[in-house]
Structure formats: C-alpha cells, structure tokens
Design a protein around this ligand. Structure first.
Ligand code: ASP
Length: 239
C-alpha cells in the first residue's frame, strides 16, 4: 500500500515532462498472483520503462530487483527495511525548517523496530553532525545494525523510552506510527500501539524552536489539535 510515495513519484515524473505506467496492486492483479518471481516481473517491466519505482512487502526486495534490472530501481519502501526517498524528503524538510542539519539533536520516536523511514533517516543523518535520541518501548527499539552503524561512526546515540525528557532537549522530533501490519500477534500490537501520543499538553515540553515531523499516515499518535502548532511541520508545504 502507498499513498504519498506513489503520488509524489507520479506527480514528479509528470511535472518533469515524463510519463508513468504502473502496476497497482501487483500482489493481487499482476502475474505475481500466478507465481511469477520478482526478477522475472522486473525484467519484464524494464522492457517498458526507463526507471522502476518499487514498493514491496519484503526487506531486500529492491536489492533483488536491482540485480535483475538493466534500468534504475528506486526503493520506494521494502517491508520493514528502508525508505530512502522518504529520508531525502525528511532531510529537505529539516534543512528547510532549521536552515541547517549540523548541530541538531534529533529524536526518532515510536516503532523504530519496524519503521523503515527511521532506518533510512538515521543512516542519512549520519552524513551530518547530529546527536540521536531513539525513543521507543523496549519491544520496538531500533534494530541493532542501525545503532551499531551510528556508534561505529562515533555518533552519540541515546536509547530511552522516556519521551517527555527527550522533548525538552530535542531540535527535531520525528514521530512514527506503530506498524500494525508487521505484528504476528495483534495482542502485542494493542499493548504498544499507543505507547506515545503527542497532545497539545505534551507539546508544552517541546522547545519553542523545535519541529515535530511525521512521515504519515498517522493513526492516533499525534492528536489533530497539534496540527495548528507552528512547530508541527508534517502538513506544511516547503518552499
Ligand atoms: N508511509 C511511510 C512508509 O511507507 C510510513 C508508514 O507507513 O508508517 O513507510
């Protein structure tokens, strides 16, 4: 499933004068249903397109596709793996709002285990001088490969479940949705789904110059009353 990524790629290509052909619902309405492999599907699509934007439910799918394709593959989200183009957009938003990325303290909050946007954003931010706070319940903490990657590059990485304390020192707070579709046991999901909810009351703890981001969709983790707060930048348009 995709709303923003799909429409932003399609809109961008059309605005740049290109065209778009698509296989929506590939899982149910393409030859994938008949058992066609990803490499075969990709080889076929590559006959018709100059570049392929792939959203896939499995980690590593874009890598598999890239090996099979003679045209460029854009990873538009591979399961709980990565979402690199969202990370580019997030860097763009941070720089637009804060004028710089260096020197900022960035708090990534919520489902850090399953959220592909935070995996890619953390790695993308490692190109800058930032400090990280990873705020998650223990069951949803950041995969060790991502935190090890940052620590090996000498970044300060604080891991905590204490959102209130992090808000006081963060310059950027990046909220995420608990990824229901990644849970095999929905009881576990029910227990953690509202681990953190940003309300106007909670926003009082956030610095006046900080920004609140979210890749969307949100499913309750940011109250709509927060939308009118000048620090909430998830629905504003960058210039
Ligand atoms: N839209 C983002 C993604 O595709 C975030 C999310 O689904 O929670 O990863």
């Amino acid at each position: 499933p995709s709303t923003r990524t799909r429409l932003s790629f399609e809109a961008a290509m059309q605005r740049l004068g290109g065209g778009v052909i698509s296989v929506a619902e590939a899982k149910t309405a393409s030859s994938v249903v008949k058992g066609e492999s990803l490499p075969d599907t990709i080889r076929t699509i590559a006959q018709y397109a100059d570049a392929i934007v792939l959203r896939h439910s499995e980690i590593g799918a874009a890598q598999v596709a890239a090996k099979a394709s003679h045209v460029p593959i854009f990873n538009a989200g591979d399961g709980a793996g990565e979402h690199p183009t969202q990370a580019l957009l997030d860097l763009y938003t941070i720089r637009g709002e804060k004028k710089t990325i260096d020197g900022l303290r960035v708090a990534l909050v919520g489902d850090l285990k399953n959220g592909r946007t935070v995996h890619s954003l953390a790695r993308a931010l490692s190109n800058f001088k930032v400090e990280f706070s990873f705020v998650a319940p223990a069951a949803l903490s950041m995969p060790i490969d991502v935190s090890d990657y940052l620590r090996a590059r000498h970044f300060i990485v604080e891991e905590t479940n204490d959102l209130a304390r992090c808000l006081q020192k963060a310059d950027v707070v990046y909220m995420t949705r608990v990824q229901k579709e990644r849970f095999t046991d929905l009881d576990v999901y029910e227990r953690v789904k509202h681990a953190y909810i940003i309300t106007p009351e909670i926003m009082k703890r956030l610095n006046k110059d900080a920004i609140l981001m979210h890749p969307f969709p949100r499913v309750g983790e940011i109250a709509t009353e927060v939308d009118s707060d000048a620090r909430a930048v998830y629905l504003t348009r960058q210039i």
